[in-house]
Design a protein around this ligand. Structure first.
Ligand code: 2AM
Length: 494
């Protein structure tokens, strides 16, 4: 292409907040020419005259100018605030685009919106991608995890750009030394769904680490320095991950006055909603995503700071000091965290498998583990093992049934149980660690007490039940009181 041709940019990017700017610089680092636009035009000029100076980055002062700068098929990526701004930009773009052009939403959109927008944009003869981009500002600049879904025909046109800028990890599926943390996730909202699940798992991982910290602090009375050392050690083993690494650093961090910053931070958690969305989706589909939901509720409980301050002066609990083997207990906490983490990822994968069936997505489950292996907040060595499990058995129904994970849980189980028993005895709340065990103990039981539950439902509402000695889908009703008659409920199915 000659230099006088104005349509020279490989991709256009709308939204020059820090994430957008960093992703543009990252793309340009990899040899792509990028055209940029932002609602507030001064940001375009500031960027072009600032960190984009001397680079193959073209500033546009209107949507028309932006579109005019793009090679065909045109690729326009939005990194703007989720919600209405995305719909607004889609409508602003459509009149300037032609068949085969691609609109990409790289923001934190809800997957339901992405499903709707894919259909809408496709109805105009264009292609749409909704993609999760994880890794924060740093990731955007040097290699994020990218999870694209949407119009399948769009993928070959964005693949070279996305895979070039994505984080890289060792060991590609094809035997290559490095693999990008980006692959096609699936149809319409699949990319944003997987990103949402990533965020839910992130909630779970963070809560589990917080519970481990709380046990060390409250049950064992460990100092920040001791905990810093323990997390440093854990980060060299099976728990090796970004979140353990930053926890190690946080625990050792002091301010100018020599005070540990961790002890100065108010214990009340914020949230932006992606954990809640994950929980809502699980409830809608009937998937026991207990650990992530506990993690969301733990944040909610923490936010009731004022109430807790009042309650702490009124409500009593045990006041015990730890009298066991401290080193052994630290190892038990490690095992409890590890086993709970396996439960959390098991549940997360159950959720994605259910969503794939619900929405008709062909999800590449091993590929998702690889996408999360680097670049994003939940990146860890552990995800390499999940990838291996799906490589061995692509149709693996449940992660716990994989030989490696089954054996790992088996080995961690005694310590996991001891930790929960001790926490209960001492009155230290460990909602995620304990609900993870409740899930495990429930999942591995052939028989649960739901026979009684069904009897109760049949007793008060004639909801009927199935029998162990008859084929499934045959329903029975008992006249429990002798005065109920044989009319059964057929409409109530909640
Ligand atoms: P701005 O610089 O004009 O505020 C992250 O906030 C990005 O989303 C920014 O590029 C911001 O543009 C853009 N953004 C936020 N709200 C918007 C809106 N209502 N319409 C268009 N862009 C918006």
């Amino acid at each position: 292409m000659s230099r006088v041709d104005i349509a020279q940019a490989d991709i256009g990017l709308i939204g020059l907040a820090v994430m957008g700017q960093n992703l543009v610089l990252n793309m340009e680092d990899h040899g792509f020419t990028v055209a940029v636009y932002n609602r507030t035009l001064s940001k375009v000029d500031d960027f072009i005259n600032g960190s984009a100076k001397g680079r193959n980055i073209i500033g546009a002062h209107s949507i028309e100018e932006l579109v005019g700068a793009l090679k065909k098929p045109r690729r326009v990526m939005m990194l703007v605030k989720a919600g209405q701004p995305v719909d607004d930009f889609i409508d602003l773009l459509i009149p300037h685009l032609e068949a085969g052009d691609i609109i990409i939403d790289g923001g934190n959109s809800n997957y339901n919106d992405t499903i709707r927008r894919t259909a809408y944009v496709e109805s105009k003869g264009l292609l749409y991608i909704g993609t999760g981009v994880s890794g924060g500002e740093e990731g955007a600049r040097h290699g994020p995890s990218i999870m694209p879904g949407g119009s399948t025909d769009a993928w070959p046109h964005v693949k070279p750009i996305f895979q070039a800028v994505a984080a890289k990890v060792e060991g590609g599926t094809d035997g290559s030394p490095s693999a990008p943390c980006c692959d096609w996730v699936g149809e319409n909202g699949a990319g944003h769904y997987v990103k949402m699940t990533h965020n839910g798992i992130e909630y779970g991982d963070m809560q589990l680490i917080c519970e481990a910290y709380y046990l060390m602090k409250e049950a064992l009375g460990m100092s920040n320095e001791e905990m810093h050392g323990t997390f440093a050690e854990w980060n060299r083993g099976k728990l090796d991950s970004y979140l353990i690494e930053i926890t190690r650093d946080i625990l050792g961090f002091r301010d100018e006055g020599g005070k540990y910053v961790i002890d100065l931070i108010l214990d009340t958690a914020g949230q932006k909603g992606t954990g809640k969305w994950t929980g809502i989706s699980a409830l809608d589909m009937g998937i026991p995503l207990t650990l992530i939901v506990e993690a969301v509720f733990a944040r909610c409980l923490s936010a009731l700071k004022d109430e807790r301050v009042v309650a702490s002066k009124v409500l009593s609990g045990p006041s015990l000091t730890f009298d066991g083997d401290r080193q052994a207990f630290i190892q038990d906490i490690h095992d409890a965290l590890y086993a709970s983490k396996i439960m959390s990822y098991t549940q997360g994968y159950m959720l994605m498998q259910a969503a794939a069936a619900e929405y008709g997505w062909n999800l590449n489950l091993g590929g998702i583990a690889l996408m999360w292996r680097g670049g994003c907040i939940i990146r860890s060595a552990f995800l390499g093992k999940i990838k291996e499990a799906f490589d061995k058995k692509p149709d693996l129904n449940n992660l716990l049934l994989d030989d490696y994970f089954r054996a790992e849980v088996e080995a961690a189980q005694p310590g996991w149980r001891r930790v929960i028993a001790k926490a209960v005895e001492m009155g230290v709340p460990v909602p995620a660690i304990s609900s993870a065990l409740a899930f495990y103990d429930g999942y591995r039981r052939e028989r649960l007490p739901a026979n009684l539950l069904q009897a109760q439902r049949d007793y008060f509402g004639a909801h009927t039940y199935e029998r162990i000695d008859r084929p499934r889908k045959e329903f029975f009703h008992t006249d429990w009181t002798g005065s109920g008659g044989d009319v059964t409920s057929t409409t109530y199915n909640a």
